[in-house]
Write a protein that binds this ligand. Structure first.
Ligand SMILES: CC(C)(COP(=O)(O)OP(=O)(O)OC[C@H]1O[C@@H](n2cnc3c(N)ncnc32)[C@H](O)[C@@H]1OP(=O)(O)O)[C@@H](O)C(=O)NCCC(=O)NCCS
Length: 171
């Protein structure tokens, strides 16, 4: 059964295994993650996630964001990131919600369900109109957004690539 959960030690082994998959495919977000450090100090890693939610030690230009893990039973499937508000950059690229599913678990419906489960959480954070962006050639993400009620506002060029900008009414 798919669930969105708060990151926790419980999924450590499965999470690290998934990170190996993401690094093999070159997933930008995780390329700098040192897996042996993660193995030895998972607690610190979890603490950093917690800080990002509370807006502590944010990198320049970042807004507070909540991270949830998509799990099925005790297996880590992917991550969902809910940014509490938009800034100028997120308004063009990034939006309120981002997600990725581990390479070996794609095209199984997890992405679609993960966004479905994230919307009420965003609502609780006060986000009544959710912006989600994706690359113009990311068919999987496009389908996920459209199946969750996303309405395409426009496509804009960002660093040489076209991005689709969708809004979901989340009242
Ligand atoms: C995009 C991504 C999240 C899709 O996750 P997923 O779990 O495979 O999504 P789903 O299984 O719910 O698929 C949704 C639909 O898209 C289709 N789809 C998924 N990946 C696809 C792909 N690479 N090419 C074509 N169609 C694809 C599925 O078949 C499904 O179609 P259907 O509704 O007609 O059955 C996943 O590929 C991923 O993590 N990619 C890397 C990170 C990324 O791009 N994140 C999104 C940033 S906006």
């Amino acid at each position: 059964m798919i669930e969105l959960v708060k990151p926790s030690e419980e999924y450590k082994e499965s999470f690290i295994e998934a990170m190996r998959e993401f690094q093999s495919e070159g997933q930008e977000r995780y390329m700098k993650l040192n897996l042996s450090e993660l193995e030895s100090d998972f607690e610190q890693f979890l603490g950093e996630i917690d800080d990002r939610e509370k807006g502590i030690n944010l990198l320049e230009g970042r807004v507070p964001s909540s991270e949830f893990w998509v799990v099925d039973g005790n297996e880590f499937i992917g991550g969902v990131y809910i940014r509490h508000k938009l800034n100028e950059t997120l308004l063009k690229k990034g939006g309120h919600i981002g997600y990725h599913m581990r390479p070996t678990k794609r095209k199984m419906g997890y992405g679609t369900q993960a966004l479905r489960l994230a919307l009420p959480i965003a609502k609780n954070l006060g986000i009544q109109r959710v912006l989600i962006t994706c690359d113009d050639d990311n068919l999987g993400s496009m389908k996920i957004i459209e199946k969750n009620g996303g309405i395409l506002e426009n496509k804009i060029e960002h660093e040489g690539k076209f991005k689709r900008r969708y809004w979901i009414d989340n009242k």
